[in-house]
Ligand binder design. Structure first.
Ligand code: DP6
Length: 352
């Protein structure tokens, strides 16, 4: 029997201008209410890895996540990514009779993360970026990273940004069909090697309110979100892009911390309120603020969970690690803090 197979890995990205809010009239297309910007982390430490096989002998599409089989039909967003990539492959097969007919075959998807899933560590970003990239490899789709980001966005919004390494903007776009709501690279992974990220795993428990549910409730109930979308993010995107281009760490850090704070303020302004930060998260904010009192040397940011990501120039990282270990002695961070250099986008692994 012939088995077609592709294996790829994809990195996590951590936003410095946060995506929070979906256009309620375009839920299936997953269009954001504001543009966002992130840093893609190294695949060495955190990544998703996916293998997809297609065969005429498979009797149905099947999915395994971190070793457990899950229902593929219940996972509508995965089905969307599969439908879109299959349709593109089918039209290639229609035009070129020499191409193997893979689009009609059932597939088996096997995906794993080497870090806690759904703990606010961007697992859906690397997971869906990896799924779409692997499907594109399997079906040999002639699409660039921005084209693929449009498909990955429909899996999980933040996934579109993991299609590139380095510094990546998700431009919200304005077209009704979402064809211009895509990721673009602001600067490559080689641009600012001195900038590092440290992940502080405060908790690896699954988060209480999923990003999807949380942001839909925010759009319905938060007046502060409307201010953020109109008056804050457009200007902040421009300032952040300039700070990155200029490698201006104090400005980058100032904007990053303010954006994280505003995102969590918007969560608190949601009704009923959403709490992602816990006492340890707030203690980390105070420690970084104190550390910055004579000039900005580090920036914290928190996604939809209590875990902190600290961005800082390489020379400050040992000091920050020592500071956190001092305030949180014992096992709390011992094996969890990692130094991450920003690095590369999804990659196909060599096939045997
Ligand atoms: C706080 O991309 O997980 O991490 O599109 O519903 O899958 P869905 O949401 P998701 O939301 C990420 C939100 C965030 C901010 C960000 O990464 O920009």
């Amino acid at each position: 029997m012939t088995i077609f197979e592709a294996t790829c890995s994809a990195p996590v990205n951590i936003a410095v201008v946060k995506y929070w809010g979906k256009n309620p009239e375009k839920i299936a297309l997953n269009l954001p209410t504001n543009s966002s910007l992130s840093v893609t982390l190294s695949q060495d430490q955190l990544h998703s890895k996916t293998t997809i096989r297609a065969s005429a002998d498979f009797t149905s599409d099947r999915l395994w996540l971190n070793g457990h089989e899950e229902s593929i039909e219940k996972n509508k967003r995965l089905v969307t990514c599969l439908r879109e990539t299959r349709a593109l492959r089918a039209s290639m097969e229609d035009k070129d009779a020499a191409l193997p007919k893979i689009s009609g075959l059932n597939i088996h998807v096997c995906s794993e993360n080497n870090f806690p899933t759904a703990a606010g560590l961007a697992s859906s970003a690397s997971g869906y970026a990896c799924l779409v990239y692997t499907l594109a490899q399997l079906f040999q789709l002639p699409l660039d990273a921005s084209d693929l980001s449009i498909i990955a966005r429909q899996g999980s919004g933040s996934a579109c940004r993991s299609m590139f390494g380095g510094f990546v903007a998700w431009e919200m776009g304005s077209k009704d069909d979402g064809s211009d709501s895509k990721a673009v690279q602001i600067a490559p992974e080689t641009h600012w090697p001195d900038l590092q990220a440290m992940i502080c795993v405060v908790s690896d428990a699954k988060k209480g309110t999923s990003s999807t549910e949380g942001m839909q409730l925010t759009v319905k109930t938060s007046a502060l979100l409307q201010h953020r979308i109109k008056d804050v993010v457009p200007k902040r995107m421009e300032e952040m892009i300039k700070a990155i281009q200029d490698k201006d760490f104090p400005t980058f850090a100032d904007l990053t911390m303010k954006d994280s704070n505003q995102f969590h303020a918007v969560c608190l302004d949601t009704y009923p309120p959403i709490f992602y930060l816990n006492d340890i998260s707030r203690a980390i904010i105070r420690i970084v603020t104190e550390y910055n009192k004579d000039g900005i040397k580090a920036a914290y940011t928190f996604d939809a969970g209590p875990n902190a990501v600290i961005y800082a120039p390489e020379k400050n990282m040992a000091e920050i690690y020592a500071l956190l270990s001092h305030y949180f002695p014992g096992h709390q961070f011992d094996d969890s803090l990692g130094l991450l250099k920003n690095n590369a986008a999804p990659s196909a692994l060599p096939q045997n």
